[in-house]
Design a protein around this ligand. Structure first.
Ligand code: HEC
Ligand code: HEC
Ligand code: HEC
Ligand code: HEC
Length: 121
């Protein structure tokens, strides 16, 4: 009886540490739901941070790669219909170029390249 209780207290402690560990393992949200009519994309932000530099995805107004201390803005702050480069003048174009571009290079590592690999209905 008593040892079973100690075990469960220990389990609760270990679980708490594991959860806290996950919570501090990355920066910004752990997962980001990117809304799309085609099906929402559940982007595993922290999992991507574990493998790649912030600057693979975040850059400043002059397109310089992210450096610590730089302000991070959402893609829709710049990639709008007024963006000078027509290949990047929407959030969809910016994200498809960024996300799919890398996924094509990392197909062998399990990065999804098909529409349904990212867009889940
Ligand atoms: C593989 C791509 C990728 C990597 C690597 C990445 N991020 Fe992100 N991050 C995103 C995307 C996409 C968003 C959502 C942007 C949007 O909603 O327009 C985001 C959002 C954020 C946000 C929230 C911004 C806001 O105002 O809502 C923060 C903060 C952030 N990232 C910080 C970081 C930091 C710090 C790193 C490096 C440790 C990093 N990210 C690495 C893609 C990435
Ligand atoms: C502060 C403004 C700004 C923000 C915020 C921004 N971008 Fe950009 N982005 C630019 C500029 C400027 C360029 C350079 C355009 C060119 O060379 O024609 C660029 C280029 C790109 C490119 C093409 C070159 C490359 O790096 O592969 C992609 C893809 C891209 N951005 C994706 C994103 C994504 C995804 C986000 C959000 C996570 C984002 N951008 C946020 C301004 C911004
Ligand atoms: C710099 C390279 C790179 C960029 C940029 C990138 N990814 Fe990935 N992504 C990967 C790799 C590699 C995997 C496979 C990870 C694994 O299974 O360990 C992956 C896996 C995924 C998965 C499958 C679930 C998972 O977490 O394994 C989704 C969904 C995904 N990425 C969405 C996105 C979205 C949305 C973006 C753009 C906002 C993006 N990725 C940008 C490299 C990238
Ligand atoms: C690597 C992940 C990924 C893959 C693969 C992908 N997309 Fe997307 N797609 C996104 C992201 C991220 C957005 C941006 C969502 C947002 O605007 O916040 C997006 C946006 C879109 C949009 C505009 C938003 C909407 O209302 O649906 C369309 C249309 C779309 N994708 C179609 C496709 C089609 C068709 C394919 C296959 C040929 C495809 N996508 C493959 C990640 C992906």
């Amino acid at each position: 009886m008593r040892s079973a209780r100690i075990v469960s207290v220990l389990m609760a402690l270990l679980f708490g540490i594991a959860v806290a560990g996950i919570a501090v393992a990355g920066e910004g949200p752990a997962e980001i739901v990117l809304k799309a009519k085609k099906g929402d994309v559940h982007f595993t932000h922290h999992k991507h941070q574990a493998k790649f530099q912030c600057g693979e995805c975040h850059h400043g107004p002059d397109h310089s790669a992210y450096k610590p201390g730089m302000k991070i803005q959402t893609c829709d702050k710049c990639h709008t219909k007024d963006f000078q480069n027509k290949k990047l003048n929407s959030v969809m174009k910016a994200m498809h170029t960024n996300c799919r571009g890398c996924h094509k290079e990392h197909k062998a590592d399990g990065a999804p390249t098909k529409c349904s690999g990212c867009h889940k209905k």
